[in-house]
Design a protein. Structure first.
Length: 83
C-alpha cells in the first residue's frame, strides 16, 4: 500500500510531501489498518467544502476548528454549532 501525506501552511507556508510504501515493512499490517481508519468517513458525520475565492478546503465533522465551525454555522444558518 502506498500512503502519501502532504502538509502545507504554517508560518513559512512551505509544503512537505512524503510517501510511504508499506511493502516489506515489519509494521505493514498496522500501518495499513491505521491508514484505512484514517480515511474512513465518520459514521453519520457531515462533510464540508469551504471555498474562499480560489482556495478550497475539504473538512469533516468532528475535525473542525472553532473558526471553521462558526463560519459554517454562520453561512449555512445551521449545523456545525459553535463550540
Amino acid at each position: 500500500m502506498l500512503i502519501t501525506v502532504t502538509r502545507s501552511g504554517g508560518f513559512a507556508g512551505f509544503e512537505k510531501l512524503r510517501a510511504l510504501d508499506t511493502s516489506g515493512r515489519a509494521d505493514a499490517a498496522e500501518l495499513e489498518e491505521l491508514a484505512q481508519r484514517a480515511v474512513d468517513p465518520v459514521a453519520d458525520g457531515y462533510h464540508y467544502r469551504i471555498t474562499v475565492d480560489d482556495e478550497v478546503l475539504d473538512l469533516q465533522d468532528p475535525c473542525l476548528s472553532d473558526a471553521q465551525r462558526t463560519l459554517i454555522h454562520t453561512v449555512l444558518g445551521e449545523g456545525a454549532s459553535p463550540g
